[in-house]
Design a protein around this ligand. Structure first.
Ligand code: NAP
Length: 584
């Protein structure tokens, strides 16, 4: 039997055809595959079907890396379903290409009080500008990450979702807003999106070979490693009003490895005394069973039972038949937020008592206990098999009750004789330059010094020749100069070329790190001109913004630029990955 191989020139979709570039690309690929090779029986080669993949663009705006990891999961799932995936951070995405997209998934977090994450800021500004292009060719869906403790919950994702629709885009699957416990809503969104895209014929449905799945580390966020704290001590001296612990944790047997700039996830447990007080307030016995354990153990291990938010007040008011509470809960969030300040859930339950009829009803109003992320303060090359943290221990008195940070006091008071559930949170956006000859400028007041101890240890361990400059600040030089001895030694050993400190309460006027930056403006700009990388870590609400302003001012003044030119200079630093921020 002869094999009739026929080849004909495949039809070609001209540029003038009413399709976007990516639609033309797909159609031409599909038609080329259909016509270029015939099988023995004349049917289009099976590979044509598999090769004619449908383009799907996945863009993400990520601050701490959670959104980036979800975007990568979505990309992998999409490839398994036969899509031709383009996965890109909004930071590097060519925004004008948006008009070429036909199927787009956008995942973004919301940062601070409703702002886009740094990596999404430029695209956000573009798409919300009057010159934003029409998007009639676009089918899209948005996944928004946020925290219901903040009034502007998921605002960035909501804004993108609304704006794409205003520009003519077609929403193929409703936006999903995720709180801090995002795994389940993310899975629901992802499966819903693929169902819609496949139904729309946006996927050829060709089940391709399952690609090699990268070997996931044994221990992950869903399966944390039971670690041991090997050492911890208070870094603050006599008379300090702060308590900052240096904590050393063994990674032996975990198979886990990390890089400076990464964070460590820690699953805390609640304070048993707080749980006892809560049980008294709600009139339930700690011994009653719930979800396979005693109620007391469940409250210690599984639920967020301290942080009071406007959302919680509303949920509690819907349960409690108390007219006063219902009236109070009807206030706008800002008023409820005022009540929340300096109070915890136990205060609400004491002010508006309610006897719960069952343990199940009680636990149903709490969110699941979430892990906390801490910037790692060690280099793995300086401390083999260990990971160090620098943790501000939160203790204060308010409304007549002493308060404790859940995770910080779990680390300092309650977990030395039991295992500490940990996982690694990789942060590729916050890394030392690969070229170790590049200068590095680090601004890290308070516990913001954490990743810069890691950076300096790394630069020393690798014999980096690049210059290092640290701006550090805290309240008093005598009691709050964190890692002073180690910093002195790094200076003597030639790995800390400049150290500027700002001890805010050692004089009448406050002195902050940005004041020290301005004093050294000429040299700081000279370092930038030499190609220096600039990093900030610490408080996001005020410090990070003030440091950013100071940086812009220094560049304008020293570079003899106007505001717009200085902003462009900073934008280029970010584009070149030379301006890293790890702030929250
Ligand atoms: P802190 O409260 O930030 O205080 C450190 C120093 O910063 C103090 O001298 C303080 O002065 C000063 N400061 C206050 N406002 C400032 C401003 N607008 N600009 C510059 N400096 C300012 O230190 P901390 O207790 O260690 O808290 C650190 C904060 O950073 C926490 O909110 C923590 O959650 C966060 N943090 C984030 C990361 C991360 O994102 N990876 C890592 C570590 C810490 P005064 O108090 O005298 O005003």
């Amino acid at each position: 039997m002869s094999t009739q191989l026929s080849t004909t020139t495949a039809p070609y979709i001209p540029d003038t055809a009413p399709f976007s570039a990516s639609q033309r690309a797909w159609l031409n690929g599909f038609l080329a595959g259909l016509y270029s090779t015939a099988t023995a029986y004349g049917a289009p080669a099976a590979t044509a079907q598999a090769e004619a993949k449908i383009p799907l663009t996945i863009l993400y705006g990520s601050e701490t890396g959670n959104t980036e990891s979800l975007a990568k999961k979505t990309a992998k799932a999409a490839e398994n379903k036969g899509f031709e995936v383009k996965l890109e951070s909004l930071a590097s995405y060519n925004k004008e290409s948006i008009t070429e997209e036909s199927d787009l998934l956008l995942l973004t977090s919301t940062y601070g009080d409703g702002e886009p994450p740094d990596t999404a800021a430029d695209f956000y500004e573009f798409i919300h500008s009057d010159s934003a292009p029409r998007l009639e060719n676009l089918r899209y869906s948005v996944l928004a990450l946020g925290d219901t403790s903040y009034a502007e919950f998921c605002k960035c994702g909501k804004d993108f979702d609304k704006r794409f629709e205003e520009l003519g885009g077609q929403r193929v699957f409703d936006r999903v807003d995720c709180d801090v416990d995002f795994d389940e809503p993310f899975e629901n969104w992802q499966s819903g999106v693929f169902e819609k895209l496949s139904a729309n014929g946006s996927s050829n449905g060709a089940a391709v070979m399952e690609p090699e799945v990268e070997a996931e580390p044994t221990y992950t966020k869903k399966n944390p490693f039971p670690a041991k704290i090997t050492r911890h001590f208070n870094l603050n001296g006599e008379g300090s009003s702060k308590e900052t612990h240096h904590i050393e944790i063994s990674l032996e047997g975990s198979g886990l490895s990390y890089e400076p700039g990464d964070a460590l996830g820690v699953y805390p447990k609640n304070c048993p005394e707080y749980v006892v007080s809560l049980l008294e307030a709600v009139g339930l016995e700690g011994s009653v069973p719930v979800n396979g354990k005693s109620l007391k153990q469940a409250l210690i291990e599984d639920y967020e039972i301290t942080k009071l938010t406007p959302l919680f007040i509303k949920a509690y008011a819907s349960l409690v038949d108390d007219a006063k509470l219902k009236e109070f809960a009807g206030n706008e969030s800002a008023k409820l937020a005022d009540y929340c300040w300096g109070r915890e859930i136990i205060d609400l339950m004491t002010d508006y008592p309610y006897s719960f009829d069952s343990a199940e009803t009680l636990v149903s109003i709490f969110k699941k206990l979430q892990p906390r992320l801490y910037s790692i303060s060690s280099s793995p090359r300086a401390h083999d098999g260990e990971v160090h943290l620098t943790v501000g221990i939160v203790r204060y008195v308010s409304n007549g009750r002493s308060r404790k940070g859940v995770c910080s006091t779990f680390l300092s008071d309650r977990c030395c004789d039991e295992s500490l559930p940990i996982f690694l949170h990789y942060n590729d956006k916050f890394r030392l330059p690969e070229d170790t000859s590049k200068p590095v400028i680090m601004v890290g007041p308070g516990t913001g010094i954490a990743p810069f101890r890691a950076f300096l240890e790394e630069r020393q361990s690798t014999g980096s020749k690049g210059k290092n400059w640290l701006f550090f600040g805290d309240q008093h030089v005598a009691s709050d100069f964190l890692y002073q001895e180690q910093l002195d030694k790094l200076q003597k050993d030639g790995f800390l070329h400049r150290l500027d400190t700002a001890f805010s309460r050692d004089q009448k006027e406050k002195v902050y790190v940005q004041d020290k930056m301005r004093e050294a403006a000429a040299e700081l700009f000279a370092w930038l001109e030499e190609g220096a990388y600039f990093f900030v870590c610490g408080d996001a609400s005020r410090m990070a913004k003030d440091v950013d302003k100071a940086l812009h001012d220094i560049i304008a003044e020293q570079g003899n630029m106007d505001e717009a030119a200085a902003a462009a200079y900073v934008k280029q630093l970010k584009a070149d990955k030379r301006y890293g921020r790890d702030v929250y």
